[in-house]
Design a protein around this ligand. Structure first.
Ligand code: NAD
Ligand code: MG
Length: 414
């Protein structure tokens, strides 16, 4: 590990310092809720967001972090002015370099990686290099750069503790010796992983019904309250595809040994099968504060205000196979993982573009899968040898997806 980025101060007055990346988002807000309830153990050292000045301003007044960073310079300037006027001592930084600087700060041992999309990769990578404990919500960074991130983390002495509810469930169900060890694979009698999926808002829609769904309908997840990008990913089931890739890299398990089962109630968050026939499952409410608290405190436990499960009220749990005809994105992700090299990153880039175009009303919901499929099958790129290669591949694949969308002349959403 580079001696200049070693974590030198682990605790301030007995408390552990946490940086929350993406503090204005859904995971960011839930993280701050858990941290607020556990103030005797943790202190919020840094907050970052893209452009949500008002939210971060209020968070700074409440949590008094040493530093806050906004990716957008104009937002940072406004935040700085407002904090000064409020006599706050929080220093305000801006731009992508500020994010990596905070991620590498030796005074902050715990990083909540909750930026959405590829933009989360640079700070996550910096934290991995510097031996941090990374609470990983930003699945896209693991999808795009899984091999690099896990290698860099091993070299830097960092650990990834998954926050994604399925991966956190698997983390909890794995043998102790396999946790935070992507090279553990099937050790300890593990046979395979079972990711559960809610099926999203269109689980029971016909192909015809899915042709004309609205943006609001796609954002309206039946069980989880999440940011817009992951909500649309859940509706296409690309989210589950990204999660298969994420699980494969995080736990060192081959794609063929990662099963997906639709479980509409979302109480079982995922499972691990063992060679003796046992299946261990983790259950809980569809509330991200549980996996966030688990990732934060592991191997200890801290309190959340999450409501206990009432089994009698739940009554029954249901399971069904995913329908690949109506939800082709799941198989695209498996294909990308088997292809390896840069393929998961290419698919991720296409999907980020397609989801944004859908959210901007420029393409239909069903076009997302078509764009993803086309870009994955036809965009060619040499196998990335470095993170710089990944970044340039991401940019080219995005442009390729945008060009394709333009050529197709898709109908905008009504
Ligand atoms: P969100 O859209 O609610 O929040 C995203 C955060 O990232 C915001 O704080 C935003 O300011 C910040 N951000 C966006 N673009 C940025 C950029 N270019 N530079 C810096 N910051 C930027 O998203 P979310 O639902 O909280 O999801 C965050 C991540 O966690 C995603 O990768 C998602 O897949 C994952 N995740 C979310 C949930 C959930 O329940 N919301 C569950 C599992 C995994
Ligand atoms: Mg998930």
């Amino acid at each position: 590990m580079d001696r200049f980025c070693r974590v030198v101060v682990v605790a301030v007055a007995g408390k552990q310092s946490v940086a929350v990346f993406g503090s204005s988002g859904s995971i960011g807000l839930s993280t701050l809720d858990v941290l607020e309830r556990n103030q005797s153990k943790y202190t919020v050292a840094a907050l970052t967001a893209n452009s949500s000045v008002e939210v971060v301003f209020q968070q700074c007044l409440k949590f008094k972090p040493m530093v806050a960073a906004m990716a957008e310079p104009a937002a940072a300037a406004e935040l700085s002015l407002r904090l000064k006027a409020a006599s706050s001592e929080t220093e305000v930084l801006h731009g992508p370099d500020a994010l990596t600087q905070i991620a590498a700060d030796p005074n902050i041992p715990i990083i909540m990686a909750a930026i959405v999309g590829f933009a989360g990769l640079p700070p996550t990578l910096a934290a991995a290099r510097c031996g941090k404990r990374i609470l990983l919500a930003n699945k896209e960074s693991m999808v795009v750069a899984g091999e690099f991130l896990t290698r860099v983390a091993a070299q830097g002495g960092a650990s990834f503790v998954p926050v994604d509810s399925e991966h956190n469930a698997i983390f909890q169900c794995l043998p102790e010796t396999n946790r935070c060890k992507p090279d553990a694979g099937l050790q300890g009698g593990v046979q395979s992983l079972v990711l559960t999926a809610s099926g999203g808002p269109f689980r029971q829609f016909s192909l015809e019904q899915m042709q004309s769904v609205t943006i609001d309908a796609a954002l309206n997840h039946p069980n989880w309250d999440m940011g817009p990008k992951i909500s649309v990913d859940s509706a296409t089931m690309m989210n589950k595809g990204l999660e298969v890739i994420e699980a494969s890299y995080l736990f060192g398990i081959d794609e063929s040994l990662i099963e997906v089962v639709v479980h509409p109630e979302s109480f079982i968050h995922s499972m691990v099968r063992y060679i003796d026939g046992s299946v261990l499952a983790q259950l809980g409410q569809a509330d991200m504060r549980t996996p966030i608290a688990n990732a934060l405190a592991w191997p200890d436990r801290v309190e959340t205000s999450v409501e206990p499960l009432d089994f009698v009220r739940i009554g029954s749990l249901n399971f069904e196979a995913p329908d690949h005809e109506r939800f082709p994105c799941l198989l695209l992700a498996r294909q990308a993982l088997r292809k390896g090299g840069g393929a998961p990153g290419i698919l991720n880039a296409a999907n980020e573009v397609a989801v944004q175009e859908f959210l901007d009303g420029k393409i239909q919901f069903s076009d997302i899968a078509s764009v993803n499929s086309h870009v994955l099958q036809s965009f060619e790129f040499a196998v990335p040898q470095s993170v710089d290669d990944l970044i340039s591949m991401d940019q080219s694949a995005r442009q390729y997806a945008l060009d394709y969308i333009e050529q197709q002349g898709y109908q905008p959403v009504e």
